[in-house]
Design a protein around this ligand. Structure first.
Ligand code: MTE
Length: 373
């Protein structure tokens, strides 16, 4: 098995493998999670999740429009944005449907395995700085971020006209310093698939909030009711005991095993390093428990990365594989600084999203005498 995790936080993967195709057009490509080695996910191996074809945007004519419930609406071109004071932050982006393939019975939607998630370094201007310049009106409630990509979604209720991708952020999240209007990923200008020339990055929220090809920032006075806010990327919440649709937001605590891989064959009576990564939304991952017997007993894993809000933490666990050949189920379960722990089961109220229960990785252990050394 691969036991070559690297503890070198900023070293890029040496992997030559590519992305896994979940859908070819529009591009929905998955990171081969079992190759995860480095703290930062290299851009060429970072998952891509797009609802419509990539729009072509000329940075020479690009304009970002900031308007709505603000005192000073304005347009900003690409160069003006790049001339503003910038910040660089590491943040996990995880698609809310990551790990959907683990749901039983199977559900519709892209059959993501473990790799609709990545950890990258983003550079851009805090959204707060733009909102400050615009001056949000007192009754400004949410901030709608809209991309230049357009089309007709396939999932009902199908809108009567083509729509652009848009999501809103609660005002109190939008004004946090970590929310970026980004133009660089891992030290290079964004690639077209990842939102060139400009995208939002909303650390701590599921990936759908980080609108790519961003052209409009609109402050609205009422809750935004757009397709990706209420129909898709929404779940059943409860208000005064009644079910209501709510927009997905904060990332939930999760840990994934990268290696060994599903159905990998391991030698018995040898140390196998179980390696993975864990992340959370508005808190920190503080503990990882690993089970190698389907959840009957648990041992504590060791972190390879320090605590850093919104970034993931890689971890490892040395497992002395049993002498007894057979199939074994590995699980990882994270705890966070607020006392939260991954749930035992998927919550049906989230439909085909927020799959955060410990995901079973089944492996085979063979008789030590048969092991190829
Ligand atoms: N922004 C636009 N304009 N169009 C999109 O389809 N997809 C969203 C988000 N931003 C999307 C978008 C979703 S669902 C995710 S998970 C992330 O982008 C994925 O970002 P990435 O493709 O850079 O990994």
């Amino acid at each position: 098995m691969l036991s070559h995790f690297k503890n070198d936080a900023h070293k890029a993967w040496q992997s030559s493998s590519g992305l896994i195709i979940r859908q070819n057009e529009p591009k929905n490509l998955e990171t081969p999670f079992s190759d995860v080695d480095s703290f930062l996910t290299p851009t060429e191996l970072f998952y891509i999740r797009s609802h419509f074809p990539v729009p072509t945007i000329d940075p020479g004519t690009y304009q970002l429009h900031i308007h709505g419930a603000v005192r000073n609406p304005f347009y900003m071109n690409y160069q003006e944005l790049r001339d503003m004071p910038s910040e660089t932050r590491v943040a996990v982006l995880e698609c809310a449907g990551n790990s959907r393939v683990f749901l039983v019975p199977q559900v519709d939607g892209a059959q993501w395995e473990l790799g609709a998630v990545g950890n990258a370094e983003w550079t851009g201007v805090p959204l707060a700085a733009l909102l400050e310049r615009a001056g949000i009106e007192g009754d400004g409630f949410e901030i709608v971020l809209e991309g230049a990509d357009r089309g007709t979604p396939k999932e009902p209720p199908v809108p009567p006209v083509a729509i652009s991708y848009a999501r809103s952020l609660p005002r109190n999240k939008a004004i946090q310093q970590e929310v970026l209007i980004a133009y660089q990923m891992n030290g290079r200008d964004l690639s077209p698939d990842h939102g060139y020339p400009v995208r939002a990055i909303v650390p701590g929220h599921y990936g759908m909030a980080s609108v790519k090809w961003l052209t409009q920032i609109q402050v609205v006075r009422e809750p935004f009711q757009g397709y990706w806010q209420t129909s898709d990327y929404a779940y059943w919440d409860y208000l005064d005991g009644r079910p209501v649709r709510s927009a997905l937001g904060e990332i939930k605590l999760k840990s994934e095993i990268a290696r060994p891989r599903v159905y990998e064959t391991l030698a018995g009576n040898q140390v196998c390093t179980v390696f993975g990564s864990a992340w959370a939304g508005e808190t920190e991952v503080t503990e990882i428990a690993v089970s190698t017997d389907g959840g009957r007993s648990w041992g504590e894993a060791e972190f390879l990365d320090p605590v850093q809000r919104h970034a993931w933490r890689r971890w490892k666990f040395d497992w002395l594989t049993p002498k007894q050949p057979g199939k074994y189920t590995l699980l990882a379960r994270a705890k966070d600084a607020k006392g939260g722990v991954q749930p035992d089961h998927h919550d049906q109220n989230y439909g085909s999203y927020v799959i955060t229960h410990p995901l079973p990785i089944e492996v085979f252990v063979e008789n030590p005498a048969f092991a190829v050394t």
